[in-house]
Structures are given as structure tokens and as C-alpha cells.
Design a binder for this molecule. Structure first.
Ligand code: ACO
Length: 168
């Protein structure tokens, strides 16, 4: 276990084999019961996860990833490209397993994601429920609050390219 910290982080794209991938996503969800309590949802079943991933795979703009550092999946994230506008991306969920939260993994996963979004102008984050930790996290990562998108939905945004006015 002593070497864990030196292992590099991998965002593994989902969608190639959902039957194999869904149990891994479900494993991450089962390791994060507090999040589902927080948003007032039952923990999704494996079937729910498979169905959600299937729906997601139908939309070419949506991308889902498992986060690995070593053999165990430690987190999950998904986002949508060119949403709400062309040049935007919107993060729907970044989830780090409870036993691995607060160790910088969320921050590193986000940095990884941002690297992969080269060419996009803005990254939105949609936060559901009363989630002070997520708010603190996104504010600390350079996002600013934009607006409420409903009674329990807050939108945050950060610019992605510091060179957006540079001629191409
Ligand atoms: N209170 C205040 N600030 C915090 C907290 C906290 N409990 N946790 C993290 N932060 C801030 C700090 O500034 C921290 O920097 P520091 O460690 O130098 O002080 C910074 O965020 C980065 O912290 P990480 O260790 O990278 O955070 P973590 O790995 O725990 O990831 C996340 C954060 C994704 C919110 C994680 O805790 C999680 O999965 N929570 C449950 C699911 C969730 O709510 N996800 C967000 C939903 S909304 C959306 O995804 C769009």
C-alpha cells in the first residue's frame, strides 16, 4: 500500500463494454452512500446503473469515466460536451469514493478532465441538493457561482482557455 500515492491517475472512458463497466461504477456508488443520502436518492441498483450508462452512451455528446489509481475504481465522472452552448462542457457528476475523499483526488481528476477539454471555452458544474462540500470544492477550483437552475440546482462555471482571444 505504501506506493499508492505515487501511482498516476487514470480516467478510463466508459462505453466499450457496459456489462463489464456497470458493476465497477456500481462499486464506486456503493462506496459513496453519503452522496445519495445528501441528494435524497436511494442508492442506485446495478440495473439502474446499467440503464443510465446505456442512456448516456446513446448521446455522443455525453462522456463518462471511471477514475483509477491502481486496480480499484476510486471515482466516477460524467460530462456533456457543447452544452448548454457550443464551446461549453457541463460536468454533471464528479464522485470520489468516501474512503478516498479529501486526499486531493477530486482536484486531480478535475485537472485531468480540464486537460482533456482543450479547445473548449467553459466548464460548467451542476450541483444538486444542499451540498456545501461540493460548493466549497468547485469554488476552490476556480469556479464561480452562476445561477440557480431550479429549487435545488446550482450552476457554477470556470473559463478553460486563458488564450481564448488569441487568433488561431
Ligand atoms: N470542506 C471545504 N472544502 C473542501 C472540502 C470540505 N469538506 N473538501 C474539499 N474541499 C476543497 C478544499 O479547498 C480542497 O483543497 P485542500 O485539500 O487543499 O484544502 C479542495 O476542495 C480539493 O479537495 P480534494 O481532496 O481534491 O476533494 P475530494 O477528492 O474529496 O473531491 C468531491 C471533492 C468531488 C466533492 C468529493 O468530496 C465527492 O465525491 N463528494 C461526494 C460527491 C459530490 O458531492 N460530488 C459533487 C457533486 S456536484 C458535481 O459533480 C457537478
Amino acid at each position: 500500500m505504501g506506493g499508492m500515492r505515487t501511482l498516476s491517475l487514470e480516467l478510463r472512458p466508459l462505453g466499450l463494454n457496459l456489462e463489464e463497466e456497470a458493476p465497477l461504477v456500481h462499486q464506486v456508488y456503493r462506496g459513496s452512500p453519503g452522496y445519495f443520502t445528501l441528494i435524497g436518492m436511494e442508492l442506485p441498483t446495478l440495473e439502474d446503473v446499467l440503464q443510465d450508462l446505456n442512456t448516456l452512451a446513446q448521446d455522443p455528446r455525453r462522456r463518462a469515466f471511471l477514475l483509477f489509481q491502481g486496480p480499484e475504481p476510486l471515482g466516477y465522472l460524467d460530462y456533456k460536451l457543447h452544452y448548454p452552448e457550443e464551446g461549453d462542457a457541463t460536468l454533471s457528476l464528479l464522485l470520489i469514493r468516501e474512503d478516498h475523499q479529501g486526499q486531493g483526488l477530486g482536484q486531480r481528476a478535475l485537472a485531468h478532465l480540464v486537460e482533456g477539454l482543450a479547445g473548449m471555452e467553459r466548464l460548467y458544474a451542476v450541483v444538486y441538493g444542499n451540498n456545501p462540500r461540493a460548493k466549497a470544492f468547485f469554488l476552490a477550483q476556480g469556479f464561480r457561482y452562476v445561477k440557480d437552475g431550479g429549487p435545488a440546482i446550482q450552476w457554477y462555471v470556470r473559463p478553460l482557455s486563458p488564450h481564448r482571444f488569441q487568433p488561431r
